[in-house]
Design a protein around this ligand. Sequence first.
Ligand code: IPM
Ligand code: MN
Length: 367
Amino acid sequence: MTTYNIALLAGDGIGPEVMKEAVKVLNLVEERNADVNFELNDVLFGAAAYFATGKSFPEETKAACDKADAILKGTIGLNHEDSQKIPVDEQPERGALLPLRRRYNTYANFRPVYLPKGLAHFSPLKESVVGDGIDIMLIRELVGGLYFGEKETGTDSDGKRYVREVLEYDEDQIRQIVRVGFEVSMKRKKVMHNIHKSNVLKSSVLWNAIVEEENKNFPEVEVVNILVDAAATYLCLKPTMFDVMVMENMFGDILSDQGGGILGSLGLMPSACKGPKKSYYEPSHGSAPDIAGKGIANPYSMIGSVALMLEMSFGMDKEAKNLWAAMQGVFEDGYSTSDLSKEGEANLVSTAEFGDMVCAKLAAMPV
Ligand code: IPM
Ligand code: MN
């Protein structure tokens, strides 16, 4: 029997309600796999943690994450007005999320932009563009670049306000994420799109040089270098040309949201954030305070993050595949939640009902 300790960071907004569905799934997976035991540890994170303890990433949560085998995170953040009630440095993004990434050096962010044919109706793209479906693994560097560089604001000698933010990478940081790109490409189609902006940024010049060097260790992988702005255009015009995409932090933030856009919603985008020792898993969408508590948020991204955790942290590849199939099966049967679909387009069900249906599908599959 293997026991996995999982820290659950439900967070804010729709976080707790989609996390509930993830827990249902985890309980079922545990039931189905007699040799696996999950120890679930619910802890505070984000604005909820700030209002309860004065810290958005409290010590108790850090301790729970430190001892966990994997971390499952919901969503964080409040609407603009409520955010102002929290001091800038404790606001959940700066005070909790970025410190979580830094603490576990989760440098590799995997954001599958995946739209099988059965989900194609969600996409705003024409059928002819979606073709047989979209299947991209977008890999984003997650602990470097502008996000974590030095920041300074001030007033210059002329009394003008200024800001300075540093984009910094060393070759080791670039090499480790580029290698991840090559390793994933080797398991997929052996074509890697390297996203850069070397016509302007020196950081991209170094990045591309490292990609070229590392390509020698993965000679079977064809590297296609593409400027980030062009990549944004092609994601809309011809998303099926991409398989693995690798890029630095800020480019990845923007292009992965666009990835959600071409799927039809960030609600269809789970993600994994992998560090050398520990990984955490989270939906790519935000906390959607406007619909929180209404029971209409789709738990696909959250449950998909569970699937990624099963595969990447616990080596339960088959069960992960079952879970993906279960979720797609629910959509294919014509069910959806009202955040993703309108009346008439699908049989609308609640967050909890969607989770129950996924569980029913999974329960019916051979282990
Ligand atoms: C994401 C989010 C975060 C980011 C925010 C919440 C800080 O947008 O995970 O993409 O910018 O990385
Ligand atoms: Mn983002």
